[in-house]
Write a protein that binds this ligand. Structure first.
Ligand SMILES: [Zn+2]
Length: 172
């Protein structure tokens, strides 16, 4: 039996490391897995929303694209107006994305959505072997999202995340 370090370990010293369950696909010990499940159920993905900035493209009937946590990142994608958007899980939604689970692997982006694109394949190619192996490791899920405009953005501003997976708008 070999020692596999639990991904929920906090450091690399002997004292900070602990062992993952043998053969566990998620590389976690039972206690860290329970903490992940508890965090997911405290803020269920299907009940929550996420704030992100996006480019509103007039030539595409105002369709939103290029979702990022700061207006500076969106501005790099084009000169169109930038809006603050609220996203939610929607099985029929036009955007595909990667939901980052509460697995310790995701660190400060736990519970957030990222890699938001208009097609499933565009999310898949963000991973060397597609999203399948990542799902198996418990790192996240492919989800469809819909987005609504909250207000025009005041450039520059950004979203600040807290450790509980919450978010707030920060100016400048
Ligand atoms: Zn652990």
């Amino acid at each position: 039996m070999s020692y596999v370090r639990c991904d929920g370990s906090h450091g690399y010293s002997f004292n900070e490391s602990h062992q993952a369950e043998e053969g566990a696909a998620d590389n976690l010990c039972a206690r860290c897995r329970a903490a992940m499940v508890e965090a997911e159920s405290a803020r269920p993905m299907v009940e929550r929303t996420w704030l992100l900035y996006a480019r509103q493209r007039a030539e595409a009937e105002g369709r939103l694209s290029d979702f990022f946590p700061s207006t500076i990142q969106v501005r790099m994608c084009g000169d169109e107006p930038i809006v603050l958007a609220r996203l939610r899980v929607d099985p029929e939604g036009p955007h595909w994305s990667w939901y980052q689970s509460h697995h310790p692997y995701n660190r400060r982006s736990r519970g957030h959505v990222t890699m938001i694109y208009p097609a499933k394949v565009l999310v898949d190619v963000c991973f060397p072997y597609g999203t399948g192996p990542e799902v198996k490791r418990g790192h996240g899920q492919l989800v469809r999202l819909s987005a609504e405009v909250v207000r025009p953005a005041v450039h520059p501003e950004g979203i600040r995340y807290d450790d509980s997976g919450g978010e707030a708008v920060e100016k400048g």
